[in-house]
Design a protein around this ligand. Sequence first.
Ligand code: PLP
Length: 345
Amino acid sequence: MNTEFKYHFASDNTSGICPEAWQALQEANTGYHPSYGADTITAQACETFRQFFETDCEVFFVFNGTAANSLSLASLCQSYHSVICSDVAHVETDECGAPEFFSNGSKLLTAKSSLGKLDPTDVERLITHRSNLHYPRPRALSLSQSTELGTVYRPGEIAGLCGLAKQYGMHVHMDGARFFNALAGGSASPADITWRAGVNVLCCGGTKLGMAVTEAVVFFDKALARDFEYRCKQAGQLCSKMRFISAQWLRILTDNVWQTHAARANGLARQLADGLGKIPGVQILYPVDANAVFAKLPDPIKVRLKSHGWQFYSFIGGGSRLMCSWATTQADVESFIVDAIHDRE
Ligand SMILES: *Cc1c(COP(=O)(O)O)cnc(C)c1O
């Protein structure tokens, strides 16, 4: 591997596993236990989710976000239904058609978005502009929290979109690959930005927060979770040594570990945006509500950063995307800003 390359800000999944999750894996590595989630650690982890969300929800663990999103959407829709999501939604742009595949054909319909957030007027237009049986019937609304552009829906915005969906008999799915960053970026409780606002199912991201290979699918509407374990098994998403996944969740939801990591990543993203924003010609494109910074970097600055080895994406959301994670340090942020200004020796 070329050690010259620096992937620190390329994504929040280029970092490793956080110490708490690593320790939880280590501690779970003793003796023999029931497999496929029948163990006591898994029961404890699910119970902790119920306490965290202050409600009796059904919880399932899968290996990644694409599976969490597609399998949960598939459980909300029949093949002749449609899912309304934003034009920048991960389910639309980055899941290789998995939501359509696992739902046996439910069509994704993309609504306009502003700063990554669904435009309610356009959502309603998509729901109402056809009502005959030649059009796939809108059945689910999918929103990302935090959004793909690093912004965070306020509780009122979520309640507004959920209200709209309910008015038309639709379910609401939340892609929370960065749910904890969104939570740490606001003051509302986990319940307030999910089921209390009308969300039926949440895909809760573990990997980008700092865990190893896991996302949780949380059904607030338990009726929708019917047979979900069969979907997981059929899709190759049922972990036989489930306790290693559960142990990490248990640890991360205890003592506010999630908050420590998410708030830290968010704080460093803000510092990065502040520092970059002071450089002449650099424009910060969206509010930094969570752990992402989108910046329009003049070409010479981009070239200079690349010559220092920094890797980052420039195809998501326009501009360059810089992500902070649990592992990002203040020194990383400072060195990125210095490298944006100074040529390589
Ligand atoms: C990363 C991400 C996912 C999950 O992607 P996987 O690579 O399948 O784990 C889902 N939604 C959003 C918004 C993401 O950024």
